[in-house]
Design a protein around this ligand. Structure first.
Ligand SMILES: NC(=O)C1=CN([C@@H]2O[C@H](COP(=O)(O)OP(=O)(O)OC[C@H]3O[C@@H](n4cnc5c(N)ncnc54)[C@H](OP(=O)(O)O)[C@@H]3O)[C@@H](O)[C@H]2O)C=CC1
Ligand SMILES: N[C@@H](CC=O)C(=O)O
Length: 340
């Protein structure tokens, strides 16, 4: 008879973020047990290529190319979706929720377009859906807006929410590096999306701003309503012109309450050198919030990369393990004599 419940997890994706999740669970196997009372085990992992060299060692028999082996496995309670993609991934996540599995995802494409529907399906099925890593990597901004700032009237959310473009602009500004060279570095470091067009065009930041604005202003904000401009046209000449005015160019996302409306935009802006967001460099992100009661608050941290993103994903995993739904499942196993 087991003393601790062993919660089985299906991991969808073993790239940058998926490998970070495996590493985090390997580095501190005791952490989730101490903090939630549960042991966890990743029992199956979905990949495209079974023979690819991985950043982590996992037994080959845990890898599969067949998602049904994970979604239809009745022993798997929690799905961690870090494969990316939109329509196909939506169908997979929907199927998982409908099978009564909790889902943690880092996928902003999915949440920006289908977050409201997926949250409703999760609620109807009595399971949890968490996506803290989808916005600003390691920064716990969604939980802060949803919980700590929930009572306030938020007036504006403004920030740097894409690590790749901030890395590119910082290196172009600080080192005079070329756009193509630093984009390649950002890809190599695991910051960029599978298709980096999403980063440089401002689309990735727009997805994150749509999610942030929906939570901050308690209403659905559609991606289609975000005005988007990217950094593709930023040259050394424009950076020099900004410097001559005492400023730097940053890709800024902004969501503002204007009367009854919420206006959301993403685009390059010249910030004066003493603006708090002007000091945010490398792959760091920062989100500045203004609220009627709160005044101002700023959140800062790594916005992309393997371990920072994994920290948000595993934080969400812990939230699922601590949820009343999981506790109820364990109480039923105790009653059935499966757990002590
Ligand atoms: N990288 C980052 O810093 C951050 C990423 N995210 C989000 O996390 C998610 C994952 O990103 P990341 O880890 O960088 O992506 P990667 O491209 O590094 O990894 C994706 C993984 O998913 C697998 N995969 C993708 N599509 C399929 C498919 N159709 N069937 C089976 N396996 C599939 C790939 O398999 P294989 O390895 O065999 O090709 C790979 O292991 C994305 O939604 C991204 O937007 C969120 C925050 C930060
Ligand atoms: N490509 C994204 C990854 C994290 O969301 C970024 O650069 O911010």
């Amino acid at each position: 008879m087991n003393r601790h419940p062993v919660v089985k997890i299906g991991l969808l994706g073993l790239g940058t973020v998926g490998s970070g999740v495996v590493k985090m669970l390997e580095n501190h196997p005791e952490a989730l047990l101490e903090r939630s009372g549960n042991d966890v085990e990743i029992t199956k992992i979905l990949v495209r290529d079974l023979d690819k060299q991985r950043a982590v060692d996992v037994p080959r028999e845990r890898l599969t190319q067949n998602v049904a082996e994970i979604i239809q496995d009745p022993e798997i309670d929690i799905i961690i979706e870090v494969m990316g993609g939109e329509e196909e991934t939506k169908q997979i996540v929907l199927a998982a929720l409908e099978q009564g599995k909790h889902v943690v995802t880092a996928n902003k494409d999915l949440i920006a377009l289908h977050g409201a529907e997926l949250s409703r399906i999760a609620e109807e099925n009595g399971v949890e859906l968490h996506y803290e890593a989808a916005v600003a990597g390691a920064i716990p901004i969604l939980r802060a807006l949803r919980q700590s700032m929930a009572a306030d009237q938020i007036v504006e959310v403004m920030g740097i929410v894409n690590g790749t473009t901030n890395y590119i602009l910082s290196k172009m500004t600080g080192e005079g590096a070329s756009y193509d060279e630093v984009l390649a570095e950002a890809q190599m470091l695991g910051y960029a999306e599978a298709d980096p067009y999403a980063d440089v065009s401002g689309l990735d930041a727009a997805r994150k701003m749509a999610i942030l604005a929906s939570i901050a202003f308690h209403r659905p904000v559609a991606l289609a309503d975000v005005a988007i401009q990217g950094i593709e046209k930023i040259t050394q000449e424009k950076i020099a012109a900004a410097r001559a005015q005492g400023g730097v160019i940053k890709l800024i996302g902004r969501a503002q309450r204007v009367g009854a409306d919420v206006l959301v935009s993403v685009g390059p802006m010249v910030l004066s050198n003493d603006h708090p967001l002007a000091l945010v460099n490398d792959s760091y992100n920062a989100v500045h919030v203004r609220g009627e009661a709160l005044g101002e608050a700023m959140f800062y941290g790594r916005g992309a990369g393997m371990m920072p993103t994994a920290s948000a994903v595993v934080g969400d995993l812990l939230a699922v393990l601590r949820s009343p739904q999981m506790a109820q499942g364990h109480a039923e196993l105790r009653l059935a004599g499966v757990l002590r």
